[in-house]
Design a protein around this ligand. Structure first.
Ligand code: PBG
Length: 307
């Protein structure tokens, strides 16, 4: 009789894959999460599959970064290599998604190209996002996930994907992505620091604004987004509910690194029951209207649910 369901198939596991790594390396601020080698990535996906999680989203750690982030779209860039590996191992049994953003690949850590004055050049960046999407699709990504918050990124990616023949590649747009303090552990996970101690407030959203997300959603859907995402999740359930009640595409929510880390840290102290809190939060995100949830709890909670 419960109004809201939470199933393993509604969870998407974010996974980190590092170039040149022989063995998985634990991420201190995300207990239980790893920077993966190609081999341990495959093992992890198999473990997820065993508990009913069918979707993963890949983040790459390249060995070499440069100002343009060229490893992001190189055919032998780490995300592309990992996507091909997953396709070989799992075929269509796993929905392989890729984060489509430059920040893991640029030497300055920003999500776009920089002008001489250090500001991000939105329009000059768009073509690179398109190239990155095409490279990911060519390597076997079923879903690309533009997360850079550049205006116009979805439209450019859709048209470049279509021109390259990837008509069926799904775009899951990070639509309402707030400039949040909750991404801290993620930046350790991908080894990204923003040059000069900068931030992303010029391109990510101001958390004082709620209705701005509706405008972002309308724009992304008009440009061709197939799924829209709200990020982070718990502090933005109002936004999830707004969008779920307004749009006619699926809505995803990203329960981000800081949200995971807070639960893990408090649970490690014995102050809260970690799995119970995680289950409550993920259910609340579904109750607010999210069709799917990106979460580092994917394996743990799916295992719990399947018991
Ligand atoms: C950008 C990106 C970020 C996250 C996902 N994609 C970091 C950022 O915007 O600074 C954060 C996810 C998390 O905190 O779990 N590539």
């Amino acid at each position: 009789m419960a109004e809201t369901t939470l199933r393993p198939s509604q969870l998407i596991a974010p996974l980190f894959v590092a170039e040149g790594l022989d063995a998985p390396r634990p991420i201190t601020s995300l207990p239980g999460q790893f920077q993966h080698s190609l081999a341990s990535l495959v093992d992890e996906v198999r473990k997820l599959q065993a508990v009913g999680v069918e979707s993963v989203i890949l983040f790459g750690l390249p060995e070499h970064k440069d100002e343009r982030g060229s490893q992001a779209w190189a055919a032998d860039g780490i995300i592309q290599v990992a996507l091909r590996r997953l396709r070989d191992e799992f075929g269509d049994d796993i929905i392989a998604m890729a984060d489509t953003c430059l920040d893991e690949f640029t030497s300055h850590g920003h999500c776009g190209l920089l002008r001489d004055d250090g500001s991000v050049d939105n329009d000059a960046t768009l073509e690179l996002y398109g190239q990155m999407a095409v490279a990911q699709a060519a390597a076997g990504a079923a879903v690309v996930g533009p997360s850079g918050m550049m205006d116009g990124q979805v439209g450019v990616m859709r048209s470049m994907l279509d021109d390259a023949g990837y008509l069926d590649t799904i775009i899951m747009a990070y639509t309402a992505k707030y400039a949040s303090a909750l991404y801290g552990p993620f930046r350790e996970a991908v080894d990204v620091s923003i040059a000069g101690g900068g931030d992303r407030k010029a391109y990510q959203q101001d958390y004082s604004n709620r209705r701005e997300s509706l405008r972002e959603a309308r724009l992304d859907i008009a440009e061709g987004a197939d799924i829209i995402m709200v990020k982070p999740a718990m502090t933005y359930l109002d936004v999830v509910a707004d969008l779920a009640g307004t749009v006619d595409v699926p809505v995803a929510a990203y329960h981000v690194s800081g949200e995971y880390a807070m639960i893990k840290a408090a649970a490690a102290q014995g102050w809260i029951d970690g799995p119970a809190v995680a289950l409550e939060q993920l259910t609340a995100i579904r109750r607010a209207g999210a069709d799917m949830i990106l979460t580092y709890f994917a394996h743990e909670i799916a295992q719990e649910l399947s018991q």
